[in-house]
Write a protein that binds this ligand. Structure first.
Ligand code: MG
Length: 260
């Protein structure tokens, strides 16, 4: 069987900036979001990589900043949380987009009411965004989707963010691509080539920004994507991190597969 020629971009700690999604990328998906963890060996790799690339490493996730800090303790990395609605920049300053209180309260109340009638679904409030999980109740996927669409029609400040076994309501104008772009304006990141690894629909805006900047966009797992490279699963991401950090300050060849 013939394999297409793979053009392996050389990723170096001196020239690249690194962005990682968390769930499904650095951490295996679990049945509940609060069961997710990043193995300590991977946190050690992130620390080495961050130091090795002059701290041009950030996480870009749908989780709130507080959860990202807890998942990566004792590290304190630049972070974008809630799909970019929260961002802690290189200097440690937090930029946050919020909803009017009355909107948050009303959305939360209505979501609670309906999801209480759909056993196994899980409501996660992030303050300015709301995740409607149905991983443990896939039979209610349509009902959850309908509910989310109704809320978006009722509250024009919100937009839908689909994901794996989850539908989220997030503030309009917020996405991972914008967060990544904002990081790339900062001194530690600018002038470097971005590498972004992510697994879900929400990561596509990030891949778009990375592609526009001539960077390396890596999709984890199956599914349509505008990323140019793919890794099979979280374990492959972990192996790649090990390889990158075991060759600090040496050129490291990318080990994923080219998509086109
Ligand atoms: Mg993910």
């Amino acid at each position: 069987m013939n394999h297409p020629a793979v053009i392996a971009p050389v990723v170096t700690l001196d020239n690249h900036a690194f962005f990682f999604d968390v769930d499904g990328t650095l951490a295996a998906i679990q049945s509940r979001p609060d069961e997710v963890f990043i193995p300590s060996s991977v946190i050690t790799c992130l620390q080495k990589l961050s130091v090795g690339c002059g701290n041009a490493l950030a996480l870009v996730s749908g989780r709130p900043l507080s959860e990202l800090d807890a998942l990566t303790a004792p590290l304190r990395l630049p972070l974008a949380g809630v799909h970019g609605a929260e961002r802690r920049d290189v200097a440690g300053k937090v930029h946050c987009i919020s909803l009017p209180d009355e909107v948050s309260k009303s959305v939360l109340q209505q979501l609670r009411q309906v999801l209480a009638t759909l056993p196994g679904t899980l409501l996660e409030s992030k303050g300015m965004a709301f995740a409607l999980h149905f991983r443990n109740a896939p039979e209610y996927a349509d009902e959850v989707q309908d509910l989310a669409e109704k809320m978006v029609m009722q509250f024009p400040q919100l937009v839908l963010q689909p994901g794996k076994c989850v539908v989220e309501l997030k503030p309009k104008g917020v996405d991972k691509g914008l967060a990544l772009h904002q990081f790339m304006q900062e001194a530690l990141f600018s002038g470097r080539i971005p590498v972004f690894v992510g697994d879900d629909v929400t990561d596509e805006t990030g891949f778009g920004v990375v592609n526009a900047l001539g960077g390396v966009a890596i999709k984890v797992g199956q599914g349509q994507t505008q990323a140019s490279f793919r890794m099979d699963n979280v374990e492959e991401v972990h192996r790649w991190l090990e390889k990158l950090t075991s060759q600090l300050h040496q050129d490291t060849t990318f080990i994923g597969k080219e998509l086109r």
